[in-house]
Ligand binder design. Structure first.
Ligand SMILES: [Zn+2]
Length: 68
């Protein structure tokens, strides 16, 4: 078993990594709805408009229609 640098995942099976297409399936470890973002177990910050901030600094633009 190889530990991923910076990974805090202790789940079995492990959460998807930030590079996986299903990265958003990782568990939420910290939720801040009043600020509009959540931290996933794999280190991704997901914003309520579906934009994402990856642990390596990449930004994913919102990709789902925002709820009106
Ligand atoms: Zn996890």
């Amino acid at each position: 078993m190889t530990a991923r640098t910076g990974s805090i995942c202790t789940h079995q099976p492990h959460c998807p990594t930030p590079d996986d297409l299903d990265r958003e399936a990782a568990r939420i470890v910290a939720s801040h709805p009043e600020q509009g973002w959540s931290l996933l177990c794999n280190g991704i910050v997901v914003f309520e408009d579906t934009g994402e901030l990856l642990p390596d600094g990449r930004v994913i633009a919102p990709h789902r229609p925002a709820a009106v």
